[in-house]
Write a protein that binds this ligand. Sequence first.
Ligand code: ADP
Ligand code: MG
Length: 240
Amino acid sequence: MITVKQLRKSFGKNEILKGIDIDIAKGEVVVIIGPSGSGKSTFLRCMNLLEQPTNGEILFEGEPITARGHNINVTREKMGMVFQHFNLFPHKTVLQNLTLAPTQVRRQSGKEAEKIALELLRTVGLEDKKNTYPNQLSGGQKQRIAIARALAMQPHVMLFDEPTSALDPEMVGEVLDVMKKLAEGGMTMVIVTHEMGFAREVGDRIIFMDNGQIVEQGTPEQVFGTPSHDRTRDFLAKVL
Ligand code: ADP
Ligand code: MG
């Protein structure tokens, strides 16, 4: 579904991504772990071209999205993204938050968008909040709504950048549960997280990034159980 070839990204003279290669299959759940500042967010942001790569190529469903003249808006609709901070529209109800983009960008009818939105609210367990405004929701609820809002565009892949890092501890589980359900439903997912238990349980593949490079990758058993690099071992010793 996604192929990344020799991806490089610099900010000024600072090279942040130093040649990333990866293939992500349809239905795969890839979890990216690594120290702060290693380039995880930059990598995710390059994948949907929120950041323009300095070098390299990205293919999405076979199409070179980094090629000149490619219409990134079409591709971005197929890539849902959820960030640490939820950025819900504060003056819109939960239901309106979910129907806005589908009706305006995808030209769905209001009725159809609402039907899909209600299904998604059921999926994330918040159907009863449809007429609520975001400021009346807890952090965990807001993040579940943010996930539902991304799903409302019917993306082919979901990118998550530390979706639980800003949450109070007691709310982390409800968001991870939604993500787990999504993974079990066959969604292709790329997830940056510090939740190692979740990574181990839900990830098909774990990628350890450090200093702008993929240091090692493998199944959760391999990476958590028998890491083959010192840098991975050092990192895991600190976080586990
Ligand atoms: P991570 O998500 O692994 O913590 P980031 O991708 O956020 O790492 O950041 C990697 C490095 O890139 C950091 O040193 C950060 O300061 C730098 N960086 C990220 N975004 C920008 C930017 N827009 N301009 C300049 N430097 C940036
Ligand atoms: Mg980050």
